[in-house]
Design a protein around this ligand. Structure first.
Ligand code: GDP
Length: 296
């Protein structure tokens, strides 16, 4: 992921080494490389433009122009701006003071919602919240309910059964009531996903949001979606007050640009990343570390 960016930047530094002072032309050349690398990594064009403008602004400062190690300095600026673009600091999952804390999962079919529900259980337990209940409101695909049941079993979390003849909103209300009565710390609500964003799906999840008043409304998005992730993110962000993003499949051959675009487009922090099919394949997202990983 982002191999090209580190490779290209490596070349930039090499070229700049021994050049003594930087000139505006040097910086333009270097920024062109950065721009191409970001586009190759599937970062959305408007995001790339804004990023380059910011880096250019800083790089044109006298300090860099007069520095004896201009290449390193430029890389430092790129690093800092990358981290800033992704939100600077890790954004922890939040829990309501009045349990159960409800987590509502939103996203397209195949994004990794159900898997992420199971993965979150471990992270939640690490935060001292032991009693977790999972429920599926996906009444359109009976297999989806079974899949969540399996995942709940693997994660050793409680499972609230639902059936395809029920209404999603009724399932959600019943699960919330159950969680309250049985003193669950967290209720994770998996929702139906469609292959494309459609109005009925958005109305349904808006209604669920209203009934559940979740403390976390997480948009689950597949990093492999690349440019498409931006449109999906925008649609969900417009429909729901998202609190964060779960970016999945970062272990695949995703070019990773979605990490940069989704944050910029939604303004919401990436809270967790999926790095494998297994339930252990989840990490808290650290913008600083990601920036270092990108730059190699
Ligand atoms: P949903 O339709 O949004 O509930 O998506 P699923 O949870 O069923 O996931 C769809 C597919 O993506 C499944 O085959 C998962 O095993 C896979 N998947 C989910 N998250 C990850 C991840 O972080 N890495 C990898 N490699 N595969 C993942």
């Amino acid at each position: 992921m982002f191999d090209n960016l580190s490779e290209r930047l490596g070349r930039v530094v090499k070229n700049l080494r021994g050049q003594g002072r930087l000139t505006e032309a040097n910086i333009q050349d270097a920024l062109r490389e950065v721009r191409v690398a970001l586009l190759e990594a599937d970062v959305a064009l408007p995001v790339v433009r804004e990023f380059i403008a910011k880096v250019k602004d800083k790089a044109m400062g006298q300090e860099v122009l007069q520095s004896l190690t201009p290449g390193q300095m430029l890389i430092g600026i790129v690093h800092k701006e990358l981290a800033a673009l992704m939100g600077e600091q890790a954004a922890p999952l939040s829990f309501a003071s009045q349990p159960p804390a409800v987590f509502l999962m939103a996203g397209l079919q195949g994004a990794g919602k159900t898997t992420t529900c199971g993965k979150l259980v471990r992270l939640i337990r690490e935060r001292g919240k032991k009693k977790v209940l999972l429920v599926s409101t996906d009444v359109y695909r009976p297999a989806a309910i079974d899949q969540l049941k399996t995942v709940a079993g693997q994660a050793e979390a409680d499972f609230f059964p639902s059936t395809p003849d029920q209404k999603p909103i009724d399932i959600a209300r019943a699960a919330l009531d159950h969680a309250r009565r049985h003193f669950h710390d967290v209720l994770i609500v998996d929702t139906a996903g469609r292959l494309h964003v459609d109005e009925a799906m958005m109305e349904e999840i808006k209604e669920l949001h209203k009934a559940l008043d979740p403390v976390e409304t997480l948009f689950v998005v597949d990093a492999m979606q690349g440019q498409d992730a931006v449109n999906t993110a925008k649609a969900f962000n417009d429909a729901l007050p998202l609190t964060g993003v779960a970016l999945t499949k970062l272990d695949g051959d995703a070019r990773g640009g979605a990490a940069l675009s989704v944050r910029q487009i939604t303004g919401k922090p990436i809270k967790v990343v999926g790095v494998g099919e297994k339930l252990t394949g989840i990490e808290v997202f650290h913008p600083e570390r990601m920036a270092s990983r990108i730059l190699g």
